[in-house]
Design a binder for this molecule. Structure first.
Ligand SMILES: Cc1cc2nc3c(=O)[nH]c(=O)nc-3n(C[C@H](O)[C@H](O)[C@H](O)COP(=O)(O)O)c2cc1C
Length: 188
């Protein structure tokens, strides 16, 4: 198979500052456009719960592995700034038999999302797996193994979606190689 083209050559092995591995951190709500407008759901994690090396990363798209952990907590509702409600189920509906709790490949955006004119840096994970329900309030532990590209601004939603789809292909391909696949163990 032809390797997926990538303007940013990915080294054969992770190179410093990678690998970076996090502790379990909370999945909080973002602006909620990823899922609704782009069809690409993302899990937002608070920057302050991440290791310093993550906070220092240049804006861009990264890849690694992630594992989810449901929390035992009653379902609650949070309210976004714009008044919309978000149901926090703390990962109650994550299913072991569907593979939701496996170590899964992930693409991450460390960015200010210029397309949406955000001002603060956010870290969002798009896990390469189909989930039947969302899991706000659950926790996620992940590693970062490399960088795919810088963050860009786009004129259209479609161009952003195209690039994210390409990011997913690059991540899948790299993470299936033994030199990267072995870092799954960091989360076991
Ligand atoms: C893999 C990936 C790559 C992304 N790349 C960019 C980008 O280059 N430029 C950008 O403005 N936003 C980028 N985004 C962020 C999306 O714009 C973001 O997911 C969207 O703002 C939804 O966030 P929300 O759910 O907090 O509303 C990327 C997101 C992901 C998951």
């Amino acid at each position: 198979m032809e390797p997926t083209s990538n303007e940013w050559p990915i080294p054969e092995n992770p190179e410093p500052p990678f690998p970076i591995v996090t502790d379990f951190c909370d999945i909080v709500f973002g602006f909620g456009r990823g899922s609704a407008e782009l069809g690409i759901p993302t899990a937002n994690v608070p920057l302050q719960q991440l290791p310093k090396e993550t906070q220092d990363l240049k804006l861009g798209v990264y890849f690694g592995f992630a594992i989810l952990k449901p929390m035992s907590h009653e379902e609650t509702t949070a309210v976004r700034k714009d008044g919309r409600k978000v149901a926090y189920n703390y990962g109650k509906y994550l299913s072991k038999s569907s593979g939701d709790l496996d170590i899964l490949p992930v693409v991450l955006s460390v960015g200010k999302n210029p397309f949406y004119h955000n001002v603060i840096k956010t870290v969002e994970l798009h896990i390469l797996h189909h989930f039947e329900s969302d899991f706000y309030g659950a926790q996620v532990k992940f590693n970062l193994l490399g960088r795919i590209r810088p963050e860009r601004n786009y004129n259209t939603k479609e161009a952003l979606i195209n690039d994210i789809n390409h990011d997913k292909l690059v991540a899948k391909e790299v993470l299936s190689k033994e030199n990267y696949l072995k870092y799954e163990r960091q989360l076991a």
